[in-house]
Ligand binder design. Structure first.
Ligand code: NAD
Length: 338
């Protein structure tokens, strides 16, 4: 059975990926430092899977601790590297916290992989590397732009570190550039746990729907888009998770040599107002919202060309926008309400 090391495995995307790895017959070795996720997520994963998982509390910024994992599990055949800090606003206030954590963890992981002869790594990148692309229906050939935030810069620099290490021939890398992962496991047992203010649109919508927030602010209503609000590409977290299984197997099979990047999105753009109305249709609820001025740094429109993911990984998203919003809403309703 293929052992796959999953860093940041108790996080939002990691936890869903572990479920999919188990379902596909892999043995995930899950590591997390518990800085952004409670240990309780492990119990939740085990509840869905109906079995125990292998978990080690590991700080990736500690090289010796990373080495200890490869010592203990000598037959790991691939790594999926989710662990990172990802709050854009916080990264502006505390850039060094982000450079330290996101870059040192990646460097340590690559050094350990080299020392233990592990070749295959899938990296969590982001569509933020495209900035404001000339063509909003963006493919992987679009130029990478200067980052808008220290967080975005850690994704761009992370890609560069991986690309340079791949060029030495010791590692093969797929950087998956996610658009906007949303939704939750249909059981509502795992999802995007929020600690304080949501950082993404859909948790804002669900928290407004349940009454935690009075109204939703739509930032920008005069963009050159169908209805004036920003266009983004939303993709179910389970579709994202499934792409990771295909990507790591693709590397294990030796089908990507060196470094490559792949977009993961639905392939379609939705405006903020369309998302609100789709949520209202999916749930029968009404979302109070108001139009607010544009936010600095927001890209007017960006959505994924997913032809490469389809061609290279044979991956096609299966979940509809309605599935994503329904699962996000069911998850919100399952959370304790204060
Ligand atoms: N969620 C999104 O919208 C989105 C979009 C694009 C890219 N990404 C990338 O996907 C990855 C996963 O995102 P997520 O939404 O699941 O985030 P998350 O915060 O839910 O999960 C990240 C996990 O990594 C762990 N972690 C952080 N630093 C660590 C360290 N030094 N050592 C060990 N564990 C550490 C945290 O405790 C957390 O459980 C990140 O790399 C993020 O940059 C996320």
């Amino acid at each position: 059975m293929n052992q796959i090391l999953v860093t940041g495995g108790l996080g939002y995307i990691g936890s869903h990926t572990i479920i999919e790895l188990l379902a596909a017959g892999y043995e995930p070795i899950v590591i997390d430092n518990l800085s952004e996720s409670p240990i309780e997520v492990k119990d939740r994963i085990e509840k869905i899977a109906g079995r125990e998982i292998t978990f080690r509390q590991v700080e990736l910024c500690n090289r010796a601790a990373v080495d200890a994992v490869f010592e203990e599990f000598p037959t790991i055949s691939g790594v999926i590297h989710f662990a990172a800090f990802l709050l854009v606003n916080e990264s502006v206030d505390k850039p060094l916290k982000y450079y330290h954590n996101n870059l040192l963890s990646t460097v340590n992981l690559l050094q350990s992989m080299e020392a233990y002869g592990i070749r295959n790594i899938v990296f969590s990148s982001s569509c933020t590397v495209y900035g404001t692309p000339e063509n909003p229906h963006v493919d992987e050939n679009a130029p990478v732009q200067p980052a808008e935030s220290p967080y975005g810069n850690t994704k761009k620099m992370g890609e560069e570190i991986l690309r340079d290490q791949a060029a030495t021939g010791v590692v093969d890398v797929l950087s998956l550039r996610y658009f906007n992962p949303i939704g939750a496991h249909p059981s509502s047992i795992i999802g995007e746990f929020q600690d304080g203010e949501p950082h993404h649109l859909v948790p804002y919508i669900t928290e407004t729907a349940i009454g935690k927030r009075k109204e939703l602010k739509v930032f920008g209503s005069d963009y050159d888009t169908r209805d004036g609000s920003c266009i983004r590409d939303y993709i179910h977290v389970i579709d994202i998770a499934k792409a990771h299984i295909l990507a790591v197997q693709h590397l294990i099979d030796g089908k990507t040599k060196g470094y490559d990047t792949i977009n993961l999105g639905s392939g379609n753009g939705s405006t903020v107002l369309e998302m609100i109305h789709a949520f209202e249709r999916a749930t029968g609820l009404t979302i109070p919202y108001s139009l607010a001025p544009r936010r600095a740094g927001d890209v007017p429109a960006v959505y994924a060309n997913i032809g490469k993911a389809q061609r290279v990984l044979n991956w096609t998203p299966e979940k509809s926008l309605e599935d994503m919003l329904r699962d996000a809403w069911n998850f919100e309703q399952s959370l304790p309400q204060e």
